[in-house]
Each structure stands twice: as C-alpha cells, then as structure tokens.
Design a protein around this ligand. Sequence first.
Ligand SMILES: [Zn+2]
Ligand SMILES: [Zn+2]
Length: 644
Amino acid sequence: MSRFGTVVPLVTARALSAREFTYELPDGAGKGAVVSVPFGRSRARGVVVDVVSAPPAGVKALPVEAVVHELPPVLVDLALWLAEYYGSTPARALELIAPVRRQRRKEQPSPVERQSLEGEAAPERLSADQEEALSRVVGALDAGGGHFLLYGPTGSGKTEVYLQAAAAALERGLGTIVLVPEIALAPQTVGRFRERFGDSVALLHSGLTDAERRDERERIAGGEARIVVGARSAIFAPMHGLGLICVDEEHDSSYKQESDPRYDARTVAAKRAALEGAVALYGSATPRPESWERLERLELSERIGGRLPPVRLVDLRRESGYPLSGPLLAELGAIAEHGGKAILLLNRRGVAPALHCRACGATFRCPDCDVALVLHRDEMLRCHHCGHAEPAPSECPVCRSVELARIGAGTQRLERELAARVPELELIRLDADAVKRPEELAGLLRRFRETDRAVLLGTQMVAKGHHFTGVALAAVVDADTGLGLPDLRAEERTFQLVTQLAGRSGRDGPGRVLVQTFQPDARPLALAARHDVPRFLADELRRRRELGYPPFRHLVRVLVTGPSEGAAVKLLAELRAGLEGHGADLLGPAPLFRLRGRHRAQLVAKTDEPRRLAARAAQLLAAAAPAMRKAKLTAVVDVDPQAL
Ligand SMILES: [Zn+2]
Ligand SMILES: [Zn+2]
C-alpha cells in the first residue's frame, strides 16, 4: 500500500514557500525526511512535514525522487511553530533545520580541535551551591524536563554545572546542546567540553566552511557526537534524544537573529526543550528581567577564589582628558610600570547621537516612553518609539549650562591616544572583522593571554564571557554611549555590560574597574558599581510593569523603509488604523534615522497576543503590497524585537 507525504519545498519565493504539496513516499521515509522531488519543470529539495494515507481529492501525487537524509521529526514541529510565531514561512523556517548539504570532497579533520582553547580539569569537589543546582537539574532530567535560570557572578562556576549536567545527561543516553552568544566565545567553551568529553563534542557555527558544517552535522545526526557547542543556529542541531540545552550568557541579545526568520534562540530553546521533554538551563551573571521573573532560579552565590573587584566611577564632569581621563591614564601607567593586562571597552556599535549636559550630566528622555531622545539633523530631539519630538535646547533645562555635549563624539581617537600616551603597552584589537575568522580570533585571544603589558581594546565583545588571567584593569571608556540608545533595554544593556566587564578583572588577584561617565548617578551605573544585580532587576521589573514592556507584555515592531520618509510614515499610519481595536497599545509611527540612503520609520505595538497581532499586520501588508511596490517600500514585522 502506498504512503504519501505532505512536503514543503524549500524554495525562497514567499508566495510558494508557504505552500505544501503531496508526493508518494518510498518505504521507510517519514516525517523529517529531506527529499528531492519533481517540482514544476525542475526539481526541488523539500521536507516531509506529515504522512497521510491518501493525497487530497483530485490530486495525482508524483513519487519522491530520492531521500537525501533524515532529520529528527521533532525538528519539523519546532520549525513549523517558529514560522508561525515569528511570522515567517514554513520553507524559510525548515531551511534552518535542513540547510543545503554540500558534496563531500575529501576527508578533513573536525574543526573542534583547531578551534579549541585549552580546557581545565574537573575540580576536586563542587561548592554547596553548585551541588544544589546540579541536583535540581539532574532531578528535572529524570522527571521529563524543566526550565531554570542559573544565576551567579562571573567566576562562580556556572560552566562546571553545565559540564556535570551534560555528563549526567550522557549517562542517561541523552545529548546536550550548549549555546554561546558569539562565535568568539566558542573556542573557550568547546575547549572545556572537549577536555571532559573528547571526540563526543561537535562544533556548529556560521564561521565553519560548508564542508565542515556538513561533517559536524553528520557526526551529530549519526550519534557520534552527543554534545554540540555552537552559536545561535546550533539550537537546530539534528540531534536525536536531546536531554539538556545550556544557554550561556543568556542575557546576550546576539541570540536574536536580525533577518527573516527573526527568531530568538532562547525562545526556540525553551520550545525545543518543551517538545522533547528536555531541560533548558539559562546561565548568566546578569540575567534578563524576563528570565528573572519567569524561571525557577538556581543561585551560585560566591565567586570561587576571590571577591568581585571594586568599581570606581570616574565623573567626567570633574575630570578632564576625555577619552583618557587622569585616573584611567594613571592605571594604565601602573600597568606599563609593574606589568599586567588591561581590557578597555569602547562601545562604538550603534552609537545614537544624543545630548547631555557636561556640567550636571542631565540627559533628555521621552516623557511617555522613558527612553533616550535621539538628536536628528534638523536639531530636533525625537523619540524612536512614539515619535514625540521637541527642539534641541541651547542650554541645559536643569542647570542652565550651555555646555551640551553630543554623546559618542571622540571615541575614535582612543586607539591613537593610547599609542601616543602609553607606548609601552601592546594594543590588541578585537572587533567584528576578527570574529568572521574564528582561527584568527582564537589566535588574538591567545596572544592577549600570553602577553604581559597588553591592552585588549574592543566593543561589547570584550566584555563577554572570556576567561583571562592576570587582568589588572577593566575600563569602560564611555558608559554614556549605551545609556543614550533610544531603546527600552538601554539601561539593562549598560548594567550588564559594566557588570560583565567588571567580572573580567581580578579573577586571580587584585583587579580594578574604572567606568568613565558624565552620569555617575544613573541607576544602572550606580548599581553595577555595587554589583547589585537583584536590586537592579527589581527596579527594572517595576518600571517595565508600569510601562507595559516585556516580560509583562510582548512587543511587535513593524519597520518600513523606502526612498521617502513621508511614504513610510503614511503606510504605517494606515497600518496603525487597521490594527486599532485588536487589544494592543500602538506607538508611532516614529521616523528613525536613514540607513544606507533609505528612510525608515517604525510602529511599535505592546500586546498580549504577539502572534495574532503579527498575523494581522502581515495580512494588512499583503493587501498593501501593490501600493508598496509602487512607492518602493519594504516592510518587516519583528516579534519580540531585541533592539528598537
Ligand atoms: Zn545641566
Ligand atoms: Zn516616546
């Protein structure tokens, strides 16, 4: 008797990529089979999403040409859920679990070995907190799943809990996926897992060659590798019998993909764990308010082998010499003289022009949305959430000073000035270009490890999870750049960044942390200086609750870009009218900055039903498609956006 499969062809055209077709299946092929099928006049790759006993009435089903390989069926459910939740198409979501496989040309070594930093041996015994956390996780492994937040300061031994939980999963025949937010962090994590689990570890990230990715996926699918370390996309690893997902540095917004499908790997991890009865373990020293509020908390209270270093806020209203203030130069001079290493954070990515007062530190915020106002070219301060606009003042409304500074200016000078003022120190730069080549990155980090009197200089990346010894100084050159971002998470990010960077210093000796700012009283800075995570999160959750921000409501963002601002805003105004009365609070349309010559505007909705609202927005946009083509407008619907 014939069997038939509902197949989604993996084609990119949006009109076709939402459709399903029926084919006759060969023996043994079932849900999750990746197949080659005749499609129109050519053939296409497709995924079997369902098995049916007969094709729909009147349809003559052609036979499948070949089964290319098989995926765990549960991944099909995950992809179809993802397509619906994030407003993408089944084909685009299925492409995540079934990426194109290249032909194998020759045998080659696994990238795991080449990209591993050195691991470390297991400690003789765990701390009481680690024991407690581990036993909760193991209990959940045996009870069919659970979701936990593993909260503890940098150096409190979270990775050791992941390692031993993975070992417990392995004993039960279950696999583990370990997610890290950036490729840059993979060498260190993969090194630690490899030390413990040897060849059972696979590596998956976008920095691998096609051939490497193919081989690693085969080792995972074939059961040879039972532990996968990787960035965002590793959550779709074709592993059978998954027991544990560890999401390291869970606060990091890199887990969100910024192109279609705009999924958040943390949300997908929770869904996959739920579908498979696995344990999802989210770790951070500075958790998201979302996780703090929703997840069962496992707490590691103590830093192992040392206390958190003191943080000194350098008040730039009183110290001259930006970007290298007197206190910062003095610290760097001490390193030049006595040895040691320094990490300097230069938050250059996404600097939004904002105004603040050099005399009193006052900044300008939207009265309705409580986010920083952005200075536009027409000298207006604008809210990027709701569109509120006011003329940029010529004097400070608080203290009447006329010394208003534009945030973010002058940071480019830093590298040059460092070379001139402290030539004894070796400068090592960590930036986005280095990350594209994982081997070079591992080399850069190794060089920093091995060099005395070295300064690691870079963007957010330097504050993330790297474990270095001998770091005597960690400094944020300009904490105001982050606070000036027009985003509801600007304060959360700044707090995380400062706290995380502080954690890089003094892990094996006395360390110092400097934070340069015009706003030393700003809540995230003052609380980060005291390492007061619970207090920050309690305050932040109170603010979010009042304003209806996540985790209390979901956001859906519609971004329209085009050759004219007027047309973009007009389309969003029409969209807003069509979304009215669907239980959402609508903000905007607000014009944003031009990007690559295109005008942009956005509409933000606060809603309890993000899927319904996103579906409604997609419907309205589809109806407006002819008019949009004429006006050369493009639109993006982003569910749970991580940057606004
Ligand atoms: Zn002032
Ligand atoms: Zn506003």
